[in-house]
Design a binder for this molecule. Sequence first.
Ligand code: UDP
Length: 380
Amino acid sequence: MKVLFVDQTGQLGGGELSLLDTVRGTSHTAEVVLFSDGPFRRLLEEIPVPVHLLAAGSAGEVRREAGISSLLSAVPSFVELRNKLAKIAEGFDVIYANSQKAFLVSALAKRRGQPLIWHLRDMLQADHFSGIMRSVAVFTGNHSANLVISNSQATLDSFIASGGKREKSIVIYNGISPAPFDTFSEQMVGELRSELGWQGKFVVGAFGRLSPWKGQHVLIEAVAALPDVHLAIVGDALFGEKEYVESLHALVQRHKLSERVHFLGFRRDVPQLMRSVDVIAHTATAPEPFGRVIVEGMLASRPVIATRAGGAVEIIRDGETGILVTPGHTTELQEAIKRLKTDSGFLNQLAQQGRQSALADFSVEKMICNVDTTITRFSR
Ligand code: UDP
């Protein structure tokens, strides 16, 4: 079947990295539409897969917290985008929208009877979206999507709780390949640690884009009171959260932590870096829709501490395959880090069990097969 995948961004967020694996592995004939350029386009073209770049204009500026007036002022730009997408989508059997904005434009652009799948990768909740954005998304989901694929049960539940139709929704978990984690030997880990100046140090790694709800500030606060612990922050603001990045740097200055907190920026060698830290902490303050970085940390055979909310709860069994702490709770986080620092038996046990669980439950082959089979349901 001919499938047109549509995504709103050329940046490399988790949704885009999951789509990259899907497009690389799919047995269907794939082409991709992006509403903005970036490194994602180049990786798709390397597969190789044809990519259509459509300038989004002011529709691209509409944020998830947008109110009715900014939505209305972007209507002409949405119409223009819709017209361009409709032309490209004509010859395809299925449209597969990988993000919310991509879904809204696809719903307007699809032919009558042309199947539309929405891969929902966001929690439709007040701490992520404005009321109007949620209402528009759920209304369109109920009326125009043939199927809503959620990346976790938590995401699906948020769709239903916002008024989404249960009979239209299924869960397909993200899958992640262990291969990049396995090709990095212990010797290479040692070399990278010494290059980064981490020999003999206990390093906690935080991986992911820098954004207030991802909670990197909570981790900095926690580490401030743990004098022997270093923190590596890997990632950058991908969607305009520059002020938050500045506030993180200011927090580090205020606590005089510049010797112990290392900002590494956005990196393409996440598997290697994960193998080079002692513990991985993911301290989101709002429910994480899925949390690829949690599974990646487990595949890297490192114990993962995550906050007890959203997708994290479906990935980690507390005390068995990782540790769950209360969102925003600095003391619990400190206790978890201290325990792992002092109890190497517990650290190794979590790392091993976490790895086995990630391999069994979040295989990339399973994800691709589930997506492919789902698409095939719409063949006519
Ligand atoms: N990531 C990356 N480089 C970085 C930071 C993060 O490649 O510097 C990747 C990370 O390995 C993961 C993805 O970005 O695969 C983030 O996905 P996640 O589901 O954790 O969060 P999202 O971006 O979807 O909110």
